[in-house]
Write a protein that binds this ligand. Structure first.
Ligand code: MG
Length: 394
């Protein structure tokens, strides 16, 4: 716990805004209730606050048309929450039709005599304890604080017709995140005024700046991402796969490994070119994406695949995996082969695989072992290959 001794006497309240309707996600379940890391998006957004600070109150806003059972389930289904929440006074408060209204209602629901309040979007479940502590510290010191990051892309202001009106100086532009921290009395008074002015503000820093004063910033993080589109959730999905192949080695056949022919008296006995390495990679990719396996996707009873090269099979399988939205993070392989020595051919094998998959060579590695004269590999009668791969949704 990154708890701060200096804060033990201060009353800190966290408001988690979970009253949004997730319209942009087009999902049947609201985004704050989606499953994530042993809990939900909501529980993951709340947890770091409970771990980082001794909160006196936690207010969670819920959609207007819902009772609190959905949010309660989404919070308490996470076993870790119960470890930290017992000392905290938790309330579920119906939000309004806008973000501004929801914050206003949450501020009015605070029962304790709070010193500062931290307002956070439930849609930012990746917030770190460090950011929460930094925001709380700065808010206690200055009365306001918001985490921000320097945008990687240049920012412009545009008119309604899409033309650029202002070229902003990059060194002065920031992306503002949450939690945003404020002196409770000040933000409550600012929101009371904003409630009457009928203007739709984008966030609380704007309301505070209009009615109270300067908003200070602390360093945010690119990881503190807001889930807005389906892709934001998919970004987090990594999948591993494993592939294996074994071929008998016989005289008079070429020994093809990863699309490269190695000088050898013996080669793989197979209907196809018998490229065990490409077969193992194909199976690892198909397995990681739960699509199929090499035997099912390319049955040797089908004339279409009868004389297909292993390169073509791998290319075809990889296209299927790409269609699912995956990218290769890396591929790692082990070849077990008695002779010839593999190391001199490693670079050309890696380069060949990289070409087949159209990926960078540094995402692929291939190692080789001998059978130490033991077993079928050791006697030079077989080749065995293992492959693992990691895929990520792009
Ligand atoms: Mg095979």
């Amino acid at each position: 716990m990154l708890s701060m001794m200096m804060m033990t006497s201060q009353k800190i309240v966290a408001i988690i805004l979970a009253s949004g309707e997730s319209s942009r996600l087009n999902l049947s379940t609201k985004k704050q209730y989606l499953k994530m890391l042993g809990g939900t998006v909501l529980s993951c957004a709340v947890k770091p606050f409970l771990k980082a600070l001794s909160l006196s109150e936690l207010i969670i806003t819920i959609p207007q048309n819902e009772n609190d059972s959905f949010a309660k389930n989404a919070l308490f289904c996470d076993n870790e929450i119960s470890q930290y929440i017992s000392a905290v006074n938790v309330s579920f408060v119906k939000g309004g039709s806008t973000r501004k209204e929801s914050v206003y209602l949450a501020l009015n629901a605070i029962k304790s005599n709070a010193d500062i309040v931290l307002i956070h979007d439930a849609a930012r479940p990746f917030v770190s304890e460090k950011i929460i502590v930094e925001v709380a510290k700065k808010t206690l010191e200055k009365g306001s604080a918001a985490p921000c990051i320097v945008p990687s892309d240049t920012q412009k202001l545009v008119a309604k017709d899409g033309t650029i009106t202002t070229h902003l100086e990059r060194e002065h532009t920031r992306i503002i995140q949450t939690p945003q921290g404020f002196s409770f009395k000040e933000i409550k008074s600012a929101h009371q005024k904003a409630h009457l002015d009928k203007i739709n503000y984008t966030d609380d820093t704007e309301i505070y700046a209009k009615y109270i004063g300067k908003v200070y910033t602390v360093e945010g993080s690119v990881q503190n991402k807001k889930i807005t589109y389906k892709e934001d959730l998919q970004m987090k999905e990594n999948r591993i796969g494993i592939g294996y192949d074994l071929h008998r080695l016989v005289k008079g056949r070429p020994l093809i490994i990863g699309g490269v022919t190695l000088p050898s008296e013996k080669g793989c006995e197979a209907h196809s070119d018998g490229d065990a390495l490409l077969h193992a990679i194909t199976d690892a990719l198909l397995g990681a994406s739960s699509l199929s396996d090499i035997g099912t996707l390319f049955p040797d009873t089908e004339p279409e695949w009868k004389d297909a090269s292993s390169k073509d099979l791998l290319k075809f399988a990889w296209e299927k995996v790409l269609e699912q939205g995956y990218n290769i993070v890396n591929i790692d392989c082990v070849i077990k082969l008695e002779s010839p020595k593999f190391i001199p051919y490693r670079e050309s094998v890696i380069s060949s695989i990289a070409q087949i998959l159209s990926i960078e060579e540094n995402k692929i590695f291939v190692k080789a072992k001998t059978g130490e004269k033991l077993g079928d590999v050791g006697s030079g009668n077989a080749i065995e290959v293992w492959c693992t791969c990691l895929l990520a949704k792009h």
